[in-house]
Write a protein that binds this ligand. Structure first.
Ligand SMILES: Nc1nc2c(ncn2[C@@H]2O[C@H](COP(=O)(O)OP(=O)(O)OP(=O)(O)O)[C@@H](O)[C@H]2O)c(=O)[nH]1
Ligand SMILES: [Mg+2]
Length: 313
């Protein structure tokens, strides 16, 4: 399970002040009301899988309403603010302890109401007071402090040796935009992406001896203990795909034997780099180890279709 937390302060926009004014020619009040401050909403988006952006921007406020004017002019309402958060984010009000989660059934929640605009002197006119000189300031917007918690369980895990193309595939399938490069250990922490509501986890590459602490070790494998299906990535460039497969399987089993009972599928990656007959030969060899194999390339959208179907099922 991936857990992310953040603390944020949210404030509705301030209401605009009412105006005290009088008509120039005629007697009588003309001051308009201030506009209401904007509300703040949380909106769920399935493209986000973490709360990182809330660590760098912890304060959110909606626009204030503008002040009322003379000649009965009302102030404009402040715009609402929509904060995009990952689907499944729970908001806990730090004061009241009230909890609410944005999810498919509840994709938008009101976090803070904007303040009401103040009344201008026009509103105070009465039979007993024809020239009122009073008005109201706008109300403050509601202010609340929240703790955000996001718990995600990956449905699919991408594993394999370093450089196998795991992160590139995550980028190709989801809105994730993680670093990829042509050398081992580009990924140092697990990355998540979402495709059709399903969460994919890209874990750092494994190498022989990972279970005894080599490379980045196996500490990240706990994140794939709950996945429904493991995508075992092997690059078509690999000189000995069988040995590569066995290496990774051995490290998995040394971490947790139960991982071997999980459903898995070999993704033979980067097939754009070689001739078709080379791909076929690799498949023949790997079939003996795992009957489920899918040849893919991030540069061949057609090759990703079947994979997308499997994920969205
Ligand atoms: N030609 C080709 N290159 C690919 C493909 N997929 C990935 N690559 C390249 O392979 C290299 C490694 O890709 P990554 O996605 O960083 O590999 P990784 O498995 O995440 O590697 P680590 O994070 O180190 O474990 C990068 O230079 C990618 O551009 C593919 O389908 N075709
Ligand atoms: Mg990577």
């Amino acid at each position: 399970m991936f857990v992310d937390e953040a603390l944020i302060t949210v404030k509705g926009g301030r209401g605009g002040a009412g105006k005290v004014a009088f008509f120039a020619n005629k007697s009588g009040p003309s001051g308009g009301n201030g506009g209401n401050g904007g509300d703040v909403y949380a909106i769920a988006t399935s493209n986000l899988t973490h709360l990182k952006s809330f660590l760098s921007v912890p304060k959110y406020s909606a626009e204030s309403g503008s002040a009322g004017g003379s000649n009965k002019r009302w102030g404009e309402h402040g715009h609402d603010l929509e904060i995009k958060v990952p689907l499944g984010t729970t908001f806990i009000d730090l004061k009241t302890k009230e909890e609410v989660t944005v999810d498919k059934n509840n994709p938008q929640i009101l976090l803070c109401k904007g303040g009401r605009g103040g009344r201008g002197n026009l509103e105070f006119k009465s039979s007993t007071n024809r020239t009122p000189r009073n008005c109201e300031p706008g109300n403050e917007g509601e202010a609340r402090n929240f703790k955000l918690i996001l718990k995600l369980i990956a449905n699919f895990g991408l594993i394999g040796l370093p450089n196998a193309g795991k992160s590139s595939l995550l980028n190709a399938l989801t809105a994730a935009n993680v670093r990829t490069a042509n050398y081992p250990f580009t990924t140092l922490e697990p990355n998540l992406g979402v495709y059709e509501g399903k969460v994919l986890a890209d874990v750092p590459g494994l190498i022989e001896g990972a279970s005894s602490g080599k490379g980045l070790g196996i500490k990240f494998l706990k994140h794939i203990e709950k996945v429904d299906l493991i995508f075992h990535c092997i690059s078509v460039e690999s000189e000995n795909s069988e040995a590569e497969y066995q290496t990774v399987i051995k490290e998995l089993s040394q971490f947790n034997k139960k991982l071997l009972d999980k459903k898995s599928l070999i993704l033979l990656t980067k097939i754009d780099l070689v001739d078709e007959n080379v791909v076929d030969k690799k498949i023949e060899v790997l079939k003996k180890l795992n009957s489920k194999i899918l040849p893919i390339s991030i540069y061949k959208p057609e090759s990703l279709k079947k994979l997308k179907t499997i994920i969205s099922m």
